[in-house]
Design a protein around this ligand. Structure first.
Ligand code: ATP
Length: 380
């Protein structure tokens, strides 16, 4: 499959076979009693990468991060950081710092003192510490709040103090566990871009845990989708969205229509699938699965067209149905179409033109159709 690459910056060390990973998890397992939280997991993260661990609650994301920070020890396997095996290295000796979800600021200390806390513990000289704290205050644009206490700050400002405190010791790797969880939507979006700028300007490696897929898609160079202690797919946001490697990932990221069917024929780079809902799909795929084998087909709503008349070739990649629901969202309209089999599919279209005349009405007969390269074959 053609790589979709990274559209944000020309940075893709994972595509270079000679590039050495900065962080390597090698067959790492973590058990709590007889429960396996992280299951024989191997993963490479590169220097200056913004890496996101994404997955449902309880899938093992935080445990993985805590093992990297040294707060938990793997039951088996190895964690290598900047060329050194981390087994037996306590958290304070690791070149990493962790920013917690709750920020864990000291309420009785000023912003300045909160930022200086770790430096003072390390025995840094007073002059150097003053310099470092003012650099950090400048970095997170909090110079005028230096002598406030955390309860005199907004949520976003508190988040920036926590960030400054975790960056003050100049770690090579910053671990962030749900860093924006406490912020409202607008502030979250602004802060996502601030974090990305900061990470790029400082040339650090960030590993962020989140269950918010949009956040991971916005910020990360690559995303690891986790499920039950395993990594299911590691890829760029665009690859994860456009070329999910399994039904689980397709379903987990974004909206998707998934159909079951059987292979009718294959060859010449395409596969024809007889979909159980009573229509046929031709999809681009390099594989040649045997005829009649059970497969799935996934297609995103924005890749489906809705029309009142059948498309030119309605025998493939098109299905007839009735308009079940229309949701006008301003920037786009989402159509729910009930196919003749009873299955309801979702199609969305951008409202690029300004119009208040909606040509569609409920219960109207419509056709959904799509291009050959719009959807993907699911083998599992
Ligand atoms: P969330 O998004 O809810 O924080 P997560 O993916 O970060 O979830 P983890 O905190 O890594 O999940 O937990 C993974 C699993 O391991 C969970 O089922 C959790 O209950 C279990 N677990 C974590 N820490 C411990 C512990 N100290 N003792 C026993 N079980 C634990």
């Amino acid at each position: 499959m053609k790589s979709l690459g990274n559209i944000r910056r020309a940075f893709a060390p994972w595509t270079d076979p000679s590039a050495k990973p900065f962080i390597a998890f090698k067959n790492v397992t973590k058990r709590f009693g007889d429960f396996t939280a992280v299951d024989d997991l191997s993963l490479n993260i590169y220097h200056r990468e913004f890496f996101a661990l994404l997955g449902a609650s309880g899938c093992g994301k935080s445990t993985l991060l805590r093992m990297l920070a040294g707060f938990e020890q793997p039951t088996s396997g190895e964690i290598v950081l900047d060329g050194a095996d981390m087994a037996g290295t306590p958290p304070y000796r690791r070149p990493v710092n962790m920013m917690f979800q709750s920020y864990a600021l000291f309420p009785h200390m000023t912003v300045e003192k909160n930022i200086a806390f770790g430096l003072r513990q390390d025995g840094m000289s007073k002059d150097e510490m003053t310099d470092r704290v003012s650099q950090m205050l400048k970095l997170v644009k909090l110079e005028q709040f230096a002598s406030r206490k955390p309860n005199q700050l907004s949520g976003g400002q508190r988040q920036r103090v926590a960030l400054a405190r975790s960056l003050a010791k100049r770690p090579k790797v910053l671990l962030l566990d749900e860093p924006l969880g406490a912020l409202d939507k607008k502030l979250r979006e602004e802060t996502q871009f601030e974090l990305m700028d900061l990470q790029q300007n400082l040339g650090l490696t960030f590993v962020v845990v989140t269950h918010d897929q949009e956040e991971a898609m916005t910020m990360a160079d690559r995303i690891a989708v986790m499920s039950h202690g395993k990594v299911v797919q590691v890829a760029t946001p665009a690859e994860i969205y456009e070329a999910p490697n399994s039904r689980f990932v397709a379903d987990f990221i974004g909206d998707v229509n998934i159909f079951d069917g059987k292979v009718a024929s294959s060859g010449n780079g395409t596969i024809e699938i007889s979909i159980d809902s009573g229509f046929s799909v031709r999809v681009a795929a390099a594989e040649t699965p045997s005829a009649s084998s059970a497969v799935g087909f996934a297609i995103r709503p924005e890749k489906m067209r809705v029309g009142r008349t059948p498309p030119a070739n309605a025998s493939v990649n098109a299905a007839r149905g009735e308009l079940w629901d229309i949701a006008y969202l301003g920037d786009m309209t989402v159509f729910h179409v009930k196919l003749q089999s009873g299955k309801i599919v979702k199609a969305s279209s951008l409202n690029a033109q300004r119009s208040v005349d909606d040509p569609f009405t409920y219960d109207q007969e419509v056709w959904v159709s799509f291009d050959e390269n719009a959807g993907i074959l699911l083998k599992d």
